[in-house]
Design a protein around this ligand. Structure first.
Ligand code: 9MR
Length: 611
């Protein structure tokens, strides 16, 4: 229903009925209208002070915008994009002071607006928000474009215009001549031996490929598929493999999986930490520099992450044996071999500093150096057990299981094992279901802890309840908290957990203290200058789309120029800022999971009417 309101003079002119309008002489009408338009546009122009999911909302889902700063008005309006028609009038909440910046906020809750269309939030004296949609596909663009982001990270193949649009480019690093770095030399593969390690995704803004970071990334994406296989059958990302008999999200993951398989030494099963230059390339297009590439030292973290991913992939791909002959079996074989190597090398750390004291050339690219391997043992044992059902793996699950497991990250993968066990809980033997019950309790207790703290949060999100959320790549925390809440929904069937997961999707897409929608190419205000070599060097104004910026990082290690510097605003949309504005495969994966899970569940939880 349309509600008449008096929030804007232009509205009065149009809405007060033909009588009032007709009383004004014709010559005056046009002058007045012009004047009023100038006035309205001035007083009610778009403002960054209204923060919201810049894509929009589902008709029957919660809808919240956050208005920041000093506000004298008490009402807000949801209007048409030309501000003429008002569809909802609401009252702003009491003011809240943010815990991690000087920002003051008031909440505009318009959840009961169910009308579909394009709208803005209007607050008198402040202005109006960016245009957002209410519709059945509110987060679909985020869901699809963040998967497509991985296609743009592919090494060793040209990105053709029909898939990559204006971001098409040549193949980049062929990676068919990779030297065994002295740190990785063995009898069978002495220093300087050449191997081939093509394909895979570039890690981030840089052009190197790291197994540890691929591990958590692949685990997250494969888990999204395993949780919602039917949904993913319908997701088309327009990649070269689209239209084959495998879902696009799996085709994309397989591109990286095949690279991962090249990183295992077939002689002993150990896995190299990375395939890398000795030092980072300049801000040039992929493949411009011809610096030698190396595989560097094997490690327990890399090898167990590899075992977990290949075990999980082997399980998933056993349903695609006809389409992908041999791949599932090769993965499981590789996982077992990696496991065997790890048993002989149970805690071989990758310490780049120490390595560089012994071996030349010194390697100064990303370290991903982990020191504790309990969580990697647990994750690898979990995936191997779930794939093979062999008790030896379950013995290790029992030994390594901890009950204080927290959100996943590249150096902390225990929760990945929890997630996989819980996915298959119903199929497990009774004795095992008891330990799985403890995993469920842990997840529910973290989820409930998040929910309790939302009312105190100035943006009414789960993200940003602790200063620790704003670290390097902090936006992945928002995504990972969202995933945990989705799991809580899947475990409990209680819809409120999805509502809270959506607060974090809203956070990433604009409802945050910076006001940025953090995915390139989405929304009205998103990063233009990510620390991403291709985006900087390709001569295209818009950055490569579908990539999530790291986000506010209070430590600002890069010492670049920051537009804002408080804990929750320490974000700089400059290509200098690798500490807040880089993109990375492990940060994209949680938003891939979250956005796609919400799209997959939107009918089940009643956000949209079921078709
Ligand atoms: O994501 C990594 C972050 O947790 C570390 O604090 C940081 C510094 O070691 O490195 C980040 O990873 C970078 C990697 O080392 C190289 N590629 C780009 C990654 C994102 O900045």
């Amino acid at each position: 229903m349309m509600i008449n309101s008096n929030h804007s003079s232009i509205n009065i002119l149009y809405k007060s009925g033909s009588k009032g309008y007709a009383m004004i002489p014709k010559w005056l009408k046009s002058t007045l209208l012009a004047l009023l338009l100038v006035n309205v546009c001035f007083a009610q122009s778009v403002t960054p002070r209204i923060k919201l999911n810049q894509l929009g909302f589902y008709p029957n889902a919660p809808k919240v915008a956050i208005v920041t700063g000093d506000i004298s008005a008490n009402n807000f309006y949801i209007t048409s994009t030309n501000l003429r028609d008002t569809f909802f009038t609401g009252t702003l909440s009491a003011e809240k002071k943010s815990a991690y910046s000087t920002t003051k906020t008031r909440t505009a809750d318009f959840s009961s607006l169910t009308k579909k269309g394009s709208f803005v939030v209007l607050v008198n004296g402040i202005g109006h928000s960016y245009v957002f949609e209410v519709g059945d596909d509110a987060n679909k663009q985020a869901a699809v474009s963040t998967i497509k982001g991985y296609y743009f990270q592919r090494a060793s193949m040209p990105l053709e215009e029909k898939y990559a649009g204006k971001w098409h480019r040549s193949a980049g690093h062929p990676d068919d001549v990779i030297y065994i770095h002295p740190s990785a030399a063995t009898k069978e593969r002495p220093e300087g031996t050449v191997i081939s390690s093509p394909g895979g995704w570039y890690d981030a803004g840089d052009y190197n490929k790291y197994i540890v970071n691929s591990g958590i990334t692949m685990g997250t994406i494969l888990s999204a598929y395993e949780d919602f296989p039917d949904y993913f059958k319908l997701v088309n990302t327009n990649i070269p493999e689209s239209g084959n008999a495998v879902p696009d999200v799996l085709d994309e993951a397989i591109y990286n999986l095949r690279w991962m398989l090249t990183m295992q030494d077939p002689n002993d099963g150990g896995v190299y930490n990375k395939c890398t230059n000795a030092s980072f390339d300049g801000m040039v297009m992929p493949g411009v520099t011809k610096a030698p590439r190396y595989v560097v030292q094997k490690g327990t973290g890399a090898t167990l992450d590899f075992a977990a991913v290949t075990a999980q992939a082997g399980r998933i791909l056993s349903n695609y044996k006809r389409q992908l002959p041999g791949l599932s079996d090769s993965c499981i074989k590789a996982a077992r071999k990696a496991w065997a190597w790890a048993l002989l090398n149970p805690a071989l750390e990758y310490n780049q500093g120490t390595m560089n004291q012994t071996f030349k050339p010194a390697v100064v690219t990303g370290g991903y150096g982990d020191r504790s391997f309990n969580d990697e043992w647990f994750w690898a044992a979990s995936e191997l057990y779930l794939t093979t059902k062999e008790n030896t793996f379950y013995e290790v699950v029992k030994q390594q299981m901890k009950d204080d497991v927290n959100l996943p990250g590249w150096g902390s993968v225990g929760m990945m094992g929890y997630y996989s066990f819980l996915r298959f809980n119903k199929e497990l033997p009774a004795a095992i279901r008891d330990s799985v019950a403890k995993m469920k309790d842990r997840i529910m207790s973290i989820a409930n802890g998040y929910i309790e703290k939302v009312p105190a949060n100035a943006f009414a999100t789960v993200m940003g309840q602790s200063a620790r959320d704003f670290n390097w790549g902090g936006n992945s925390n928002a995504g990972n908290q969202g995933i945990l809440l989705i799991k809580a929904y899947l475990l409990s069937g209680d819809k409120k957990y999805i509502d809270y997961a959506v607060t974090n999707l809203d956070y990433l897409l604009g409802r945050n203290a910076t006001g940025y929608c953090f995915v390139t190419g989405l929304g009205s205000k998103s990063p233009i200058f990510p620390h991403h070599r291709q985006s900087t060097a390709d001569g295209v104004v818009e950055p490569v789309p579908g990539l999530l910026a790291g986000g506010p990082n209070a430590a600002m290690q890069d010492k670049c120029k920051y537009e804002f510097t408080e804990t929750e605003t320490a974000y700089s949309d400059t290509d200098c800022s690798y500490a807040s504005n880089e993109i990375a495969i492990n940060w994209n994966a949680p938003i891939v999971y979250l956005a796609n899970a919400v799209e997959a569940l939107k009918g089940q939880v009643g956000y949209v009417s079921k078709k």
